[in-house]
Each structure stands twice: as structure tokens, then as C-alpha cells.
Design a binder for this molecule. Structure first.
Ligand SMILES: *Cc1c(COP(=O)(O)O)cnc(C)c1O
Length: 227
């Protein structure tokens, strides 16, 4: 057994155990293998082990991988720039980091009607840190309603990356706040089914709080070098 297949199995076991603990079916949680900085060969290996969904942060790198392995499901999880929206709309199935209407409009226009809608999440700055990407919780409803109206996007839910915290209780509080925000938006008439939250360090807490997508890099591919 290779290291990647053993790592993938270990992550699946963590997801299954956390799901059981939360009294949720393990199938309600989708694993995205975050392959930023990881060579294509290792992505191929993970795909041979049955992993379908991969996440990339950098447009050029993600584009090369998505073109080489178009049969896989590619998620763009990095910060968005408006001059890169066409490439992303053409080569990715999902975008997790929507935080401005302008970017969402460009993605929708570039996606067009010929393809299935681009699946998107709005990124929430759940810790309200000055430096982080994402929209503040108070502006979420306004942005979500506008994004939900765009013709070639399908708004699926919310994504967040909480601040790095020593104390798991703080992380749990952030994930719970994201879940409540999603519930409020649905109460106001949106139909969102996705909470993209939880990474290598905190996927159990995220699943406890209702994550439907966890984005895991290090636990699958090992420590990353500097990009
Ligand atoms: C890098 C990254 C991940 C994966 O983080 P790990 O700690 O390696 O699991 C998840 N989400 C986003 C947005 C990332 O940039």
C-alpha cells in the first residue's frame, strides 16, 4: 500500500468516526483532496485510489492539473482575481471563495449556458479578521441573494477558514456560527445545502457542526513546501 492510499484511508476513517459521533451518515460528507503544490503524479495516485474531488488554490497550477485530468472534479478554493474568472469558469466545477458580486457576475458570464452551472459557495470571514478574504456575516444575505439570481451559477452554500486557534472550542464556535448563518439564509428563502468547512487540523469539529464538504491537504499528501 502506498503512503497516499494509506493516508486517504486514514482520512476516510476520521470522517466516518466523526460522522458517527455526530449521528450523521458518512456519505453526507464529501472529501476534497487539496492538491495545491502537489505534483500531478501524486494527484494521479490519489485518483487511482478512488478520490474524485480535488481542490486547487492557484489558477495556473490548477489549470494544468485540470487539463491533464479533466475526468476528475476540480474545485477552486483560492482567492479570486477578476482577470482569472474565465479560466476558472472553463476548467473548474466548483468555486468556494466568492466574496464579491462583480467576480460572481464574471464567472456566470464566462460559464455561459452551454455547460452545467458552476457550483459556488460564498466565503464568509467568520472570524472577522482584517486580513482574511471573505464577506462579513452581516453582508452575507445581500450577496447571497444577488449571487443566487445569476443565471449560470448554482449557489450551494457557505465556506469559511477560521483563524488558527490553539483552543478547539473557539474553532467550534466559528463553525457553529457558519452553520447558523446558513440556516438563517435558508429561513429567508434560499435553498443552500453546503457547508464547506474543516481541514486537516479540525475536520472532526467541522463535521460535528454540520460540514458537508471538508477540504484536506496535509493529511493526504504530507506537509507542503513553500510555494
Ligand atoms: C490549503 C488549504 C486547505 C487544506 O489545508 P490542510 O491543513 O493542508 O488540510 C483547505 N482549504 C483551503 C482554502 C486551503 O487553502
Amino acid at each position: 500500500m502506498t503512503i497516499i492510499s494509506a493516508n486517504l484511508q486514514a482520512v476516510q476513517s476520521r470522517i466516518a468516526a466523526a460522522a458517527k459521533q455526530a449521528d450523521r451518515p458518512a456519505e453526507s460528507i464529501k472529501l476534497i483532496a487539496v492538491s495545491k503544490t502537489v505534483p500531478l503524479e501524486k494527484v494521479r495516485e490519489a485518483a487511482r485510489c478512488g478520490q474524485r474531488a480535488f481542490g486547487e488554490n492557484y489558477v495556473q497550477e490548477g489549470l494544468l492539473k485540470a487539463q491533464a485530468l479533466p475526468e476528475l472534479e476540480w474545485h477552486f478554493i483560492g482567492p479570486l482575481q477578476s482577470n482569472k474568472t474565465r479560466v476558472i469558469a472553463e476548467h473548474f466545477s466548483w468555486v468556494h471563495g466568492i466574496d464579491r458580486l462583480k467576480i460572481a457576475e464574471r464567472l456566470s458570464a464566462a460559464r455561459g449556458a452551454q455547460r452545467t452551472p458552476l457550483q459556488v459557495c460564498i466565503q464568509i470571514n467568520i472570524s472577522e479578521e482584517a486580513t482574511k478574504h471573505g464577506v462579513g456575516p452581516a453582508e452575507a444575505a445581500h450577496l447571497a441573494r444577488a449571487v443566487a439570481r445569476l443565471p449560470h451559477l448554482c449557489l450551494r452554500g457557505l465556506m469559511a477558514i477560521p483563524e488558527v486557534a490553539e483552543n478547539p472550542a473557539l474553532t467550534q464556535k466559528r463553525f457553529a456560527a457558519l452553520r447558523r448563518l446558513l440556516e438563517e439564509l435558508n429561513h429567508d428563502g434560499l435553498q443552500l445545502d453546503t457547508l464547506s468547512m474543516g481541514m486537516t487540523q479540525d475536520l472532526e469539529v467541522a463535521i460535528q457542526e454540520g460540514a458537508t464538504i471538508v477540504r484536506v491537504g496535509t493529511a493526504i499528501f504530507g506537509e507542503r513546501g513553500l510555494h
